[in-house]
Design a protein. Sequence first.
Length: 151
Amino acid sequence: MDGRPGFEVGPLSSAIFRVARLHKSLAARLLRESGLHPGQELVLMTLWRDGPQRQVDLVRTLDSDAPTMARSIARLEKSGLVQRTPSPTDGRALIVEATEASLPLRARVEQAWSALERLTTAALSPRRAAETLSLLAELEAGLQVAADQAQ
């Protein structure tokens, strides 16, 4: 026994929790110089890649909950990195768009994510990294099925 919580009754779940916590912490450190908090870069990356979209679509795309997304977008908007405007076709919906002020951050965010990927896979061969990605996709699919059935 190694003394870590959940080790005996849920060793895989415990390991996933620890890896996720370390990964998020490292991401926060790498993003610190850009002034972003973890998760905010995902909103910007999605908007840079896909263009303006409804806030509810960002919630779905990033598998977030509405209150968390609203807070994140509000902070980004206060920083001048995104703007929200009413949808021209649906008065209840807000369209979120990355502003010109966000564009200089794109290279820094992408560099941070590249560094995070390198650090995450540093101990793995390219083959093991690919296998790990495949295994994580299988775990995610299984967990999604369980989550869908629980609803």
